[in-house]
Write a protein that binds this ligand. Structure first.
Ligand code: ATP
Length: 286
């Protein structure tokens, strides 16, 4: 499997925040979720990858091409969904589309119409009158209408109602079916990742603290619940995080097999959600 996106040693410094030497790659054919607390640096990473923020160091390769040297070609081949403030408020969606479409060599009006209908958007409606969710839907329509090989999206489902969010997830799954594609998106809605992500990155304070295949990550961890008095003295070494109460303990472990040998048989081991994993790791790093 080829890498559709490769980031090596990315550094971006702001006066009170730094992205600290981030490296990762996205294999072709994967939906990759990018998660982290508010201010962790997700938008900064995406903006640096897209050349919207000038990086201080690092190399970004998209489709094997250096992003600085091949900016135009790469932009033609990717679909971007960011905070949609770059739309002109005085225009209708139809007029905005007419400005954007010629910038793409593979623009498809048929796809545009299909997605506008799917998302129930009226092309004649003025952009200034769109709700936040409608603006996001319009941004998605534009990103999906030029045969993009990679979708890069910053919180694309924020502001969407549950029905449209589920439609969006279906569209992403459909998009991936054609093969040779990739999706990279940041989100706070971890249930979306449970549904569609293959690969996950956790960002904390400008650093990637955990990354891997979603299923392996979930199988490699367990939420453990049991009697606190049965915990061995060095129990903290076995947990990413743990809390104890009068009723027992609950913790996240990445050493399930070792714990099973130490703890009583009535101890409960549950498959964690992405949210469980994220919360325990964030608490540990804090
Ligand atoms: P959220 O989930 O809240 O959207 P995020 O993970 O996307 O957060 P970023 O928007 O990347 O986080 O911000 C990371 C840090 O970089 C924050 O402390 C923010 O204040 C800072 N930052 C972002 N853009 C700038 C800028 N243009 N100038 C100075 N600081 C900035």
């Amino acid at each position: 499997m080829d890498n559709i996106l490769e980031v090596t040693g990315l550094v971006k410094r702001y006066p009170s925040f730094s992205l600290d030497n981030i490296s990762f790659s996205l294999p072709e054919g994967c939906v990759t979720g990018f998660i982290g607390a508010n201010g962790a640096g997700k938008t900064t990473t995406i903006r640096s990858i897209l050349g919207l923020a000038r990086k201080n160091a690092g190399v970004v390769k998209v489709f094997g091409l250096d992003a600085d040297a091949h900016e135009q070609e790469i932009k033609d081949r990717i679909g971007i969904v960011m905070d949609s403030s770059y739309f002109y408020n005085d225009l209708s969606m139809k007029d905005m589309k007419s400005i954007i479409a010629p910038a793409y060599s593979k623009w498809s009006d048929a796809d545009y119409r299909l997605y506008m209908e799917k998302f129930e958007l009226d092309p004649k409606q003025k952009i200034s009158t769109l709700s936040r969710g409608m603006r996001m839907k319009f941004a998605l329509v534009l990103a999906l209408s030029h045969q993009a090989e990679l979708l890069i999206m910053d919180e694309p489902t924020s502001g969407l109602d549950p029905l449209v969010r589920s439609q969006f997830l279906e569209i992403v799954m459909d998009y991936m079916k054609n093969g040779g594609k990739g999706v990279f998106f940041s989100t706070h809605i971890t249930s979306d990742l449970d549904k569609i992500a293959d690969y996950l990155f956790f960002l904390f304070d400008g650093q990637i603290i955990l990354q891997g295949q979603k299923d392996e990550m979930k199988e490699g961890h367990a939420v453990v619940k049991g009697d606190a008095s049965a915990l061995p003295p060095d129990y903290e070494n076995y947990f990413v995080g743990i809390s104890k109460s009068a009723y027992g303990f609950e913790g996240l472990t990445d050493k399930k097999a070792a714990l099973k040998k130490l703890l009583p048989v009535n101890t409960v081991y549950e498959v964690p959600t992405i949210e469980d994993i994220m919360l325990y790791y964030i608490r540990r790093h804090k």
